[in-house]
Design a protein. Sequence first.
Length: 232
Amino acid sequence: MMLIDLDDTILKFNSNYKQSWKKAIYQVDQLKSARNRILKEFIRQCVTPVLTLSERPYKFSTREERLNLIHKIFISQKIENKELELELENAFFLARDEKISPFPHALSTLEFLNSIGINCVLVSNGTSERQRSKISKFHLGPYFSHIVISEEIGYEKPSPEIFQYAMELTGHDHRTTWMIGDSYQSDIIGAKSTGIFSVMISKTRPKVLNKRTTPLPDIVVQSFNEVGKIFR
């Protein structure tokens, strides 16, 4: 069985932040005089590569997280306007969602895994409404025997409970389960804590992975497509 992450594993998600943020800023007229400063501050806080294990890029998975970040940036630029924060958050949300799409060959890889009898289960952090809207938009449901979303069950990765829950749904245990995902903190640490074989997706070897890092993923690949190649 394969437990498979959604955002930045099957769907392009975080890679669109810089463009989406820029588009949102330029849609809010009241920010005209501060656009460049705000964009620069966003890049400094959120787009700069992660350097240590404790640092994580903002996922913006909830409205609260987005508003907290916007408020923090506004304060740094001496801007105090709650209505403007709400307007910018909504503009960013819409701009980002316009750019979400499956990675090349992601759907064909899911088809292949299904065709060779691998039971695929989607395991995703996030809100039910947002994650299921993406699943519906890209017709992902038929590829998975079960869909596990953190908000719906009360646990989120890397909590061992969400992995145990997914395995119990299918009657599998850690000996016959793989976890595929892009997040070291959520996917890899969570999987290893339950004894699950882990595959980390990263275009470049993450700086968090070094000789002192424990636990290490069992395999590191550059794309979800490469997971399918393992079984060909």
